[in-house]
Design a protein around this ligand. Structure first.
Ligand code: HEM
Length: 508
């Protein structure tokens, strides 16, 4: 068409140009406005900085949290948002709970070891397991049975510690606690003795080693970008994971089948003690071995390192604060009405529900330890759809959003100027009664609908272990000038263990 010779066409074309020009202008203005409207948290660094600071990762992230409260780290795969702001924490863990979960990212990493257990899944699968497990965890049977198991394990450990005290031998108390807690949880889960602490049972020892290997190889996936290729080729850490998971599974499936057979063959149903978790779940969920394996392995993984590491940090704190150690001993003595400590089993038997209730200072000191050394130092979620956090900043679908118990425990804006000091008293009222804090400030057990299911269980057991050990022994660092550090992994372990000297309290 010849535009120049056709005024109509010319004016239409001019109109079209003007309209499209205006359109582009409006669109550009809208995009600019959208861009202006959406704001994202300040970029504090990249995940490369995390790698450079790997051995002091939580120190690095605490410094950033002090500066920004909530910040982003750029990563080649996704935005990573880290928050220490209690309002944001409440929002992701409770207010908009359905929008933040494990996601495929965590599921794929964890499923080889943890299957479809409570730790790996979201939505309906999670809701179902949470409902059944919360019910079972709150039963009196499980409470009484687990307290009994923990008393027995603490006594067994006390005998080992006693030998070390008598021979003036240095012991790594973290290592002993890891084994003792695994034995206790195994007993609570299956109703049988694993005895990894003394190593008397070879199958049990193999399981225990394979279990530790498979959990550390699973954790390693989070920092190893080549893990999928290694899994495909079955080499390195992935070959170890495959081998150790098989040992774990074979052992657990054998126990499940034995229990099912035992229940089927028993003529007198009432003669079977149904105290352990496996027996109880067999009754309520049916006998699908894979489902039972998932429930039980998730329970052991959830409880073992968290509890053992917390008691270890607690003993470390008490070595550094001997006055607090003595105050706890005084409270334990009073609560057990000065029970003779020469017989450990008798002494442990005096640490019942009523005595534990009276130990407010011990409860406060353990909580203060968890504030400064939370067993899960950083906890990550995946954002399922675009959102705005309470601080006004946006997050995008697929972003990783993490709250940081370790950094939060050290924030002056949350705990005041003495945030870095170990002060159990901050948890007590004028009458010496324990006062809980908002779970969105004290986040060691997570909060909201997915709050740790074993919180009460863990406190009871940590208090039993601590009361038995501190009631009978005095703890000192083998090198009193030494300060320990954490090892960077999913749970906050003491790097290299905790070497202590122990002394009998009854003068033996
Ligand atoms: C000091 C001890 C403990 C601490 C600090 C602790 C902390 C936590 C944390 C931070 C979570 C959330 C993890 C996530 O994002 O998925 C969690 C979940 C959980 N914990 Fe604990 N835990 C402790 C002991 C225990 C024990 C002894 C048990 C079992 C007996 C247990 C059972 C669970 C379970 C089943 C979940 C999953 C809850 C869910 O997803 O609905 N925990 N715990």
């Amino acid at each position: 068409m010849d535009f120049l010779s056709n005024p109509m066409a010319m004016s239409s074309a001019a109109l079209a140009i003007i309209v499209s020009f205006l359109g582009v202008q409006i669109l550009a203005r809208k995009m600019k406005k959208d861009k202006r409207k959406k704001k994202y948290h300040p970029i504090a660094g990249t995940t490369f900085n995390q790698l450079l600071n790997f051995h002091r990762l939580h120190h690095y992230m605490t410094d950033l949290a002090g500066k920004y409260r909530t910040y982003r780290l750029l990563s080649p795969f996704r935005n990573e948002i880290y928050t220490a702001d209690p309002a944001n924490v409440e929002y992701i863990l409770k207010t908009n709970f359905d929008n933040y979960g494990k996601g495929c990212y965590n599921y794929v990493m964890l499923k080889d070891l943890l299957g479809d257990g409570i730790f790996t899944v979201d939505g309906e699968k999670w809701r179902q397991q949470r409902k059944i497990s919360s019910h079972e965890f709150s039963t009196r049977v499980l409470r009484d049975f687990s307290s009994e198991v923990f008393r027995k394990s603490a006594v067994k450990l006390a005998h080992i510690v006693s030998e070390a005290a008598t021979s003036n031998r240095i012991i790594d108390i973290q290592d002993l606690l890891m084994k003792s807690i695994l034995d206790s949880l195994f007993q609570v889960a299956f109703g049988i003795e694993l005895d990894s602490m003394c190593g008397s049972n070879e199958e049990g020892r193999n399981f225990s080693n394979a279990f530790d290997d498979s959990s550390s190889m699973t954790v390693f996936r989070y920092v190893d970008i080549f893990w999928r290729i290694k899994k495909f080729l079955n080499i390195g850490s992935e070959a170890t994971l495959k081998k150790s998971t098989k040992i774990v599974n074979d052992f657990v499936f054998k126990l499940i089948h034995n229990k099912i057979e035992q229940m089927k063959n028993s003529k007198d149903e009432s003669s079977i003690k149904r105290e352990d978790i496996l027996s109880r779940f067999l009754r309520v969920t049916g006998d699908d071995p894979t489902y039972l394996r998932d429930i039980i392995l998730n329970f052991i993984i959830a409880g073992k390192d968290t509890t053992a590491a917390t008691i270890s940090w607690f003993i470390y704190m008490l070595c550094k604060h001997p006055a607090v150690q003595e105050k706890i001993v005084k409270e334990v003595k009073e609560a057990t009405t000065n029970k003779d400590i020469s017989n450990y089993a008798d002494f442990a038997a005096a640490i019942g529900e009523e005595a534990l209730e009276k130990m407010n200072f011990l409860h406060a000191a353990i909580t203060e330890t968890l504030r400064l050394y939370p067993a899960v130092p950083v906890d990550t979620k995946i954002c399922f759809s675009d959102d705005t956090l309470p601080d006004g900043y946006n997050v995008k679908k697929g972003d990783m959003v993490a709250y940081q118990p370790y950094a939060m425990g050290r924030m002056k804006f949350i705990w005041g100027d003495d945030a870095l000091e170990f002060k159990p008293e901050r948890w007590l009222n004028e009458d010496g009664i324990f006062q809980p804090e908002s779970p969105f400030k004290f986040t060691a057990f997570q909060a909201g609908p997915r709050i740790c299911l074993g919180k009460e269980f863990a406190y009871r057991n940590m208090k039993i272990f601590s009361a038995v050990l501190l009631g009978c022994f005095q703890f000192k660092m083998s090198d009193e000038n030494k300060t320990v550090n954490y090892r960077t992994m999913i749970n906050l372990h003491i790097d290299g263990g905790l070497d202590v000297r122990v002394f009998h309290r009854n003068g033996n």
